[in-house]
Design a protein around this ligand. Structure first.
Ligand code: PEP
Ligand code: MG
Length: 542
């Protein structure tokens, strides 16, 4: 039995088989082989597995994002069946007597270069696809896993690091827990783990030798136990059952109002990152969605999601929520959420760089596509829009002008849309200080405490070394929250919190006393927070 200490992201216990996940550029070694036929046979088998995986991904994408979004997996399957690519791989194994991994990687590179040099823009764009397909086959040949294919059994995923774009592609039903060596407690990968309600640890030294062994993730103490002794395993199984009983107890709070003992009603909403998370919002009985991080639709893809794909995603969420509020945050790309196809320049300070509303107001075609999709979907439910990373009144006016332009276009085309509230995220000190002016422009404020803490304390939320002093309870942050609530109310706005601090149960009563109108939290935090709201009496002094 081995024990490793780390930092916990979510206080739960998971027990299961560990799977080591390694990503990125694969180093492919050239090796000589003697049995050429056996090597070709290995390749053929890996190819068939890859085609099976791609068919599975096609079906999954078809359900989640529709035909246009799924088509890419069909293109990838066809590439693998392509005679020229297959001839090249087989010839290389035969004539150079090399291993299949090398032949696939080298042929993939050659074809990718050939596509990149073509005149036709469509063909140039296929260069990345050939590379992607070749990497899939190489991974299979090496017996490695990829983000979208974790195997059949649920696992504890261990990795050196995980990017949000990888986490979002993982099949959530196959994940018992995450354990990573790198990453910070405030990164979007950590936030995703909380949204999925799975235990996660960071800062744990992990390695390939852990693959396939039994692990226990103890989110209460921040410990990973590898190959537990029988009595330890039994003890943890009992603890896990107790957790389950506590969760069941909370179920009695379903269908109860979010109201304090003295009668103040609170909007208790949930945060989501994907269409699939909506099921958790409903099963935890949240009254709405207070933050739909729409950028994850972009992170899951290899190319810009079309208006139709986005429309389908927003419409599905709006319809599923059946009249409950759905607040869609417009694209918040940049910083730790990087997407290759945006071709963003490398920056020294990406958190303070070209991101979020700054990109949207600059690359207006992207913004317009998203706004059209949101407004079209608004005819199917109760949708609101919120703009991220605001620092000035001018930005809000420009975003609203874009929204007005989109509404005019839709009217001219006879396309229906609903009544859509417009709000902003308050996540920069600048927006706090001018919140009186901003309140005149919008219907609501939603305080993003993750970034507000980062920018107020000048602490990079991605820097794991600074986790200990990244303090969202800092008086400066709490005073800012009070200021925003007061200015919002004076200006006729309702005010909520959608950052992780909103789910901090030690502060729920404080927020209620400050006058907060809405809290948007991870789906699993809804019922515990409801319990506190219903036990709070604001009429009684603290
Ligand atoms: C925040 O900054 O608090 C927030 C909710 O947005 P994100 O975590 O996605 O940056
Ligand atoms: Mg933010």
């Amino acid at each position: 039995m081995e024990k490793y200490a780390g930092k916990s992201i979510l206080k739960r216990i998971a027990i299961g088989k560990m799977l080591f996940y390694s990503k990125g550029e694969q180093i492919v070694q050239r090796k000589s082989v003697t049995d050429v036929d056996a090597e070709i046979e290995r390749y053929e088998k890996a190819k068939e597995t890859a085609i099976d995986q791609l068919h599975g991904l096609y079906e999954k994408a078809l359900k989640e994002v529709g035909e246009t979004g799924a088509a890419i997996f069909d293109v990838h399957s066809m590439m693998l069946e392509d005679d020229d690519l297959n001839d090249s791989i087989r010839n290389m194994i035969e004539s150079q007597k090399v291993n299949a991994e090398y032949a696939v990687a080298a042929s993939g590179d050659n074809f990718s270069k050939m596509f990149a040099e073509m005149d036709d823009e469509y063909m140039q764009a296929r260069a990345a696809d050939v590379k992607d397909v070749a990497e899939r086959v190489v991974r299979i040949l090496y017996g490695r896993h990829d983000a979208s294919n974790l195997g059949d059994e649920p696992v504890i995923l261990i990795a050196k690091d995980l990017a949000p774009s990888e986490t979002v592609q993982m099949d959530k039903s196959k994940l018992l827990a995450f354990v990573t060596e790198l990453g910070s407690a405030n990164s979007h990968t950590a936030i995703l783990a909380r949204t999925m309600n799975i235990p996660a640890l960071i800062g744990v030294p992990v390695g390939e030798e852990m693959d396939g062994r039994i692990g226990i993730v103890d989110g209460n103490t921040g410990t990973l136990i590898v190959d537990p002794d029988e009595d330890v395993l039994k003890r943890y199984e009992a603890k896990r059952e107790e957790e389950e009983r506590q969760r069941e107890l909370l179920q009695t709070l379903k269908n109860k109002e979010d109201v304090t003992l003295d009668g103040k009603h609170i909007r208790l909403y949930a945060n989501i990152g994907s269409v699939g998370d909506t099921a958790k919002v409903l099963s935890n009985d949240a009254a709405g969605i207070g933050l739909f991080r729409s950028e994850f639709l972009y992170l899951e893809k290899n190319d810009y999601p079309t208006e139709e794909e986005q429309f389908q995603a927003y419409k599905t969420v709006a319809e599923t929520m059946a009249g409950r509020k759905v607040i869609i945050r417009t694209l918040d790309i940049g910083a730790d959420k990087q997407v290759d196809y945006f071709n963003l320049d490398r920056e020294d300070n990406p958190a303070m760089g070209y991101r979020a509303i700054r990109i949207c107001l600059d690359r207006r075609d992207i913004f317009r596509t998203q706004l059209r999709a949101i407004y079209r979907a608004s005819a199917f439910g109760n949708i609101a829009i919120m703009y991220p990373m605001i620092i000035s009144v001018k930005e809000v006016q420009e975003a609203k002008a874009m929204a007005e332009q989109v509404r005019a276009e839709l009217r001219a085309q006879g396309i229906p849309y609903g009544d859509v509230e417009q709000g902003i995220m308050i996540e920069t000190p600048a927006s706090v200080i001018i919140s009186d002016l901003l309140a005149e422009e919008v219907d609501f404020f939603s305080i993003g405490t993750n970034d507000l803490t980062q920018y107020t304390l000048a602490i990079d939320r991605q820097n794991a070394k600074l986790d200990a002093i990244y303090d969202s309870h800092h008086p400066a942050v709490l005073r800012m929250i009070q200021m925003v609530i007061d200015n919002g109310h004076k200006g006729g706005c309702w005010v909520g919190i959608c950052g992780e601090l909103g789910a901090d149960q030690t502060l729920t009563e404080t927020f209620l006393r400050m006058g907060i109108d809405e809290l948007s939290v991870t789906p699993a935090s809804v019922l515990p927070i409801r319990k506190i709201i219903r036990e709070t009496d604001l009429g009684r002094s603290k």
